[in-house]
Design a protein around this ligand. Structure first.
Ligand code: GMT
Length: 390
């Protein structure tokens, strides 16, 4: 890469096991691989970055605890760390993942840099991931600030067209200024790839689910739907259907209780948090996305790349990822019986599930390949750098 094409990019993100933390880490690694100088700021090391060998510089900024503070304001420590680096290095772009607090931190750093530094102020690109607009961001306690991040950022992207629409509904046309670009999430197709087909290996018909077990993921609801699929009179009753739950979070204990109460505890395995996702996703017959709200559904895409079809609730941007009847099945979010029937169908007809898994892989290849999406982000950065300062 020519020196003039090389950008200095700061990525700000939550250190989450899934979702925006994964997207930000994978993007940072891909940009570094392309020759850009990339710095990632977070209050802990995001797991996807921590286990990668790529040339991204990690800046963990936590701030110091002080009795006066209700909670340590790590967002201020991140702003400070960004500003400090910018003064010595001159960052071109700050890419904030999730409006709160990172877009606020990035805009504050940009504003501070304007007055103080000899360097040109960095341009701010904000990526909306979902609940920063829907569940959290539209609460009146944060909404005015989220609205400000939308209008003040140099560029705003959202991970699905549905999320752009939700942003317009929640924040009004004046916050949009017609400039929120849809940049979908992406997957590394070399890392997430199909394995040997399950039915051929003689392993039991298996449903897999990966999440942070927050209420919005409805894991207990999924356990109940699975129990219904295995219930008396169903083909699953006499067989060895399995539900594999990967991840951990607030609803884990409730999910375990649901499995016990429904009499399927011996069929449900709680694996806890795991890094080796392709090896868990690829052998399954179907991936279950039971969320009541989902702007994209990154884990569903990772599953599709592994050749595993998805059964999901028709919410948010999920239908932009999963094509009903082709790469998976979509059912109403308030219809547990339809979800149970979907699981049953996918586990009963393993040949059909395998064929849909192949279509799912093709869809991941044609629409969500890493390089294609990283190109889009690079273009957005360049346009932001060339445009007038805000
Ligand atoms: O909103 C969340 O649940 C957090 C967020 C994250 O940081 O994990 O998830 C959102 O961003 C993901 C990455 O873009 C999307 O794949 C998820 O669909 C989205 N979650 C929701 O909309 C519930």
């Amino acid at each position: 890469m020519a020196k003039t094409d090389r950008m200095k990019i700061g990525v700000l993100c939550h250190p989450t096991y899934g979702g925006s933390g994964v997207v930000a880490s994978e993007l940072a690694l891909s940009l570094a691989e392309r020759g850009h100088e990339v710095h990632l700021f977070s209050h802990r090391a995001p797991p996807r970055l921590a286990r990668a060998s790529g040339q991204v510089e990690l800046h963990v900024a936590q701030g110091v605890p002080y009795p006066l503070f209700h909670a340590t304001p790590h967002d201020l420590a991140i702003t400070s760390a960004v500003l400090d680096l910018h003064e010595s290095l001159g960052l071109d772009i700050l890419h904030a993942h999730y409006a709160l607090p990172h877009a606020v931190s990035a805009l504050l750093a940009r504003s501070a840099a304007k007055g103080r530094s000899s360097q040109r102020a960095p341009r701010v690109v904000t990526t909306l991931h979902g609940t920063d607009i829907t569940l959290v961001g539209n609460d009146q306690s944060y909404a005015p600030l989220v609205r400000y991040t939308l209008t003040a950022s140099d560029a705003v992207t959202a991970v699905s067209a549905d999320l752009v629409q939700r942003t317009a509904e929640n924040f009004g046309p004046e916050a949009m200024a017609g400039r929120i670009a849809v940049v979908p999430n992406f997957v590394d197709l070399a890392e997430f790839h199909p394995g040997v087909a399950t039915a051929q290996t003689g392993s039991p018909p298996t449903v897999v689910h990966v999440s942070n077990f927050r209420a919005v993921k409805r894991v207990p609801w999924l356990v109940e739907a699975f129990a219904q699929a295995c219930g008396p009179g169903s083909p699953g009753e006499a067989t060895d259907w399995r539900l594999l739950l990967v991840g951990d979070g607030p609803d884990q204990a409730r999910s375990r209780r649901a499995a016990k109460n429904c009499g399927v505890d011996e069929r449900v395995t709680f694996l806890g948090t795991r890094d080796a996702l392709p090896g868990l996703l690829a052998p399954a017959d179907v991936y279950a996305l039971s969320s009541s709200e989902e702007s994209f559904g990154l884990s569903a895409l990772e599953s599709m790349a592994c050749g595993t079809p998805v059964l999901a609730c028709k919410v948010g941007g999920v239908s932009e990822v999963v094509e009903d009847g082709v790469s998976g099945w979509l059912v109403d979010a308030d219809d547990p019986q339809a979800f149970a029937d979907g699981l049953s169908r996918a586990l009963r007809d393993r040949e059909r599930s395998r064929a849909m898994g192949a279509s799912a892989r093709e869809r991941a290849e044609s629409l969500f390949a890493r390089d294609r999406i990283v190109d889009q982000y690079e273009n957005i950065y360049r346009q932001a750098m060339e445009g007038p300062p805000r």
